[in-house]
Design a protein around this ligand. Structure first.
Ligand SMILES: Cc1cc2nc3c(=O)[nH]c(=O)nc-3n(C[C@H](O)[C@H](O)[C@H](O)COP(=O)(O)OP(=O)(O)OC[C@H]3O[C@@H](n4cnc5c(N)ncnc54)[C@H](O)[C@@H]3O)c2cc1C
Length: 424
């Protein structure tokens, strides 16, 4: 009989791990505390309307995510709108690449009318700098100074890209991770830099098709089941889920990092891992949804705001969502203003009306703040590692040393966790 595997956490990492376990002949059970799967990239229902907990942008370099989607029957060509990298800001700045190839990006920098010659040369210097991983990590701010970036390239290219990719301000963000992300996308294969904008809600991209795929094979995720503790017992592990004590041969911890240390308390051999995870810092993301009249259309599906808040605004109606629905994103430290939700909503509505003066009063406004949206991606982050016991694996978006907290990191780590406990 093949080994049974408890996977604690039904986010993208846990689900990717479960799918890979089935392919490797193991028998997984996903335990998810929430009523829905998807974790930090999930869809929730408010008054009959399906809303994502936050806007997610994927890029062409998310190869493992795209493969995982296809595997469970979620077609990325239908669910995601693929477009060459385009940055468009409310102040008129615009950068467009014809395709996702490296040459096309260099041409985009050289031909970008919003960049002067000093800016273009600075951008090309940055492209050269990211080809090599620096031995010693530094902040992105230090790297921008070292490579002679201009105010314009910082404001419209590197600072927004850093916030979007690492959810950490340039003054604190790791240059090593930023360079790695830019290298994988801007210097990667053709199409890797393409933006993939969800045209369906997040649940439909992967979590729900993955759960259905697992259920069809007799491994339906157990939603609404919080695992309270895990103990080693005999040759396996006993889980405490409150009303039951199921036993498994192997266990994968695929929770969000801040939930992990408490879950490891009865596994003393994992104390060092628990300590490293407990040391992680976090950054929030706030999303302000504002619904306007159904005829409302913003000038672009995605617009950046280089000064002030929000950082990005999405026209969900232009992306297959309800017409007139806008989603404004405020990242990192700015996402939790002193004035709270009201201040975020005021700032967003003011920016929207300034950018698009014909906007009327919103029909409704709803704000979702994820306080621990991602780990804070600072220089010199300690590697979390894996337990010595090969029957246990840790999965999640915080496991890849040179990667920020992303869907791709979650999926890659989930797949790797399955390979680890399968012994291959
Ligand atoms: C607002 C927002 C915007 C983002 N934007 C982007 C983006 O544009 N691009 C991108 O690539 N990434 C983005 N991210 C990051 C991305 O969502 C995460 O990196 C990814 O979803 C993490 O997946 P995970 O499976 O590692 O962890 P999680 O999604 O945190 O999943 C862990 C799961 O474990 C469950 N759990 C915890 N404890 C227990 C327990 N004891 N028992 C059972 N279940 C438990 C939780 O309920 C959760 O469902 C964004 C995140 C947020 C919040």
């Amino acid at each position: 009989m093949s080994a049974t595997v408890a996977i604690i956490g039904g986010g993208w990492a846990g689900l990717a791990c479960a799918v890979e376990c089935v392919q490797r002949g193991l028998r997984p059970t996903v335990f998810e505390a929430a009523p829905q799967v998807g974790g930090r990239a999930r869809t929730v229902e408010f008054d009959g309307l399906r809303l994502d907990n936050g806007q997610h942008i994927l890029i062409g370099a998310y190869h493992d995510t795209l493969r995982a989607m296809r595997h469970v029957g979620a077609d990325p060509d239908v669910l995601l709108r693929r477009q060459p990298l385009a940055l468009r800001y409310s102040d008129g700045f615009e950068l467009r690449a014809r395709s996702g190839s490296r040459a096309a990006l260099a041409i985009a920098f050289l031909c970008c009318r919003s960049l002067g010659w000093h800016d273009r040369l600075a951008a090309l210097r940055m492209m050269r700098a990211i080809k090599h991983t620096p031995d010693a990590d530094e902040t992105v701010a230090a790297m921008l100074v070292r490579t002679g970036q201009t105010g314009n390239t910082v404001r419209h290219l590197w600072a927004p890209l850093c916030i979007a990719a690492l959810n950490t301000e340039v003054a604190q963000a790791s240059a090593r991770v930023f360079a790695c992300v830019l290298r994988e996308s801007l210097n990667g294969a053709a199409g890797d830099a393409d933006l993939l904008l969800p045209q369906a809600d997040l649940g439909q991209l992967f979590p729900e098709p993955a759960a259905a795929w697992l259920a069809a094979r007799g491994h339906a995720p157990q939603r609404g089941t919080r695992v309270r503790s895990v103990r080693a017992q005999g040759d396996g592990f006993t889980l405490d889920t409150g009303d039951a004590q199921p036993c498994f041969d192997r266990v994968v911890f695929a929770t969000s990092p801040h939930h992990l240390p408490a879950l490891l308390r009865d596994l003393p051999a994992l104390e060092a891992i628990a300590r490293r995870v407990a040391a992680l810092g976090y950054e929030p993301i706030t999303t302000v949804y504002a619904a306007f009249d159904a005829h409302t259309r913003l000038p672009a599906a995605m617009t950046g705001f280089a000064a002030g808040l929000p950082h990005w605004v999405f026209d969900r109606g232009a992306l297959g969502g309800p017409q007139g629905l806008t989603a404004s994103v405020i990242s990192a430290v700015a996402a939790l203003p002193d004035g709270g939700r009201e201040q975020s909503e005021r700032a967003v509505l003011h920016a929207l009306r300034t950018h698009h003066p014909v906007l009327g009063e919103p029909l409704w406004v709803r704000t979702i703040t994820e306080r621990r949206a991602t780990f804070r991606c600072t220089p010199g982050r300690t590697s979390i590692g894996q337990p010595d016991d090969a029957r246990i694996a840790i999965a999640g978006d915080y496991l890849l040393d040179d990667y920020p907290a992303t869907i791709e990191a979650a999926v890659r780590s989930g797949t790797a966790a399955a390979a680890r406990i399968a012994g291959r």
